[in-house]
Design a protein around this ligand. Sequence first.
Ligand code: GLN
Length: 197
Amino acid sequence: MNNGRKSVGILAVQGDFELHAKMLERLGVEWKLVKRPEDLVGAAALIMPGGESTTMLKFFAEEGLGPAVKEFAAAQGKPIFGTCAGAILLAREVLNPPQDHLGLLDVTIERNAYGRQIDSSVEQGDCPEISSEPVEMVFIRAPIIRRVGEGVRVLGRAGGLPVLVEQGNILAATFHPELTTDETIHRYFLGKIADGK
Ligand code: GLN
């Protein structure tokens, strides 16, 4: 029950959705798991976690989640935050290999782009508009954003690459902010609900 308070949906078909739930608990924000289109009803925003985007796409097809998520963001204007695999799902174009996508964020993103040698890494990135301090960023079999469309703002960079981008109500990170104790990125996303953006 969420007693009519705004709750944030967390896509829970696969991946590390539980850590996003823990982060929202720490921030005192109501959340609900989203596995089917009807779970989006009453959600004020949606987080799409990291995991395996190909597996998530299978669930999207089985449950009819793609049109529902598009309607949630495009018609209802509700904020969506995609991390890693979630960011891949949001993109307008996916490489390595090309695959289905929601097209809500005008970027081209390349999967598993750091190569096998660097399966995961922790870097200090910069998000100057959000944080005056460096932000710890955990990358796991991460994608790289290869093209940023005109309407997309780069909010964070690491190693010279864009790693946190925003287009209106859509926010996407190629890293995993839920794996650190730093709440900065989640707080920024939650601000988009308050703004009604
Ligand atoms: N490599 C995964 C994919 O392509 C993403 C990895 C992640 O979410 N940590 O979907």
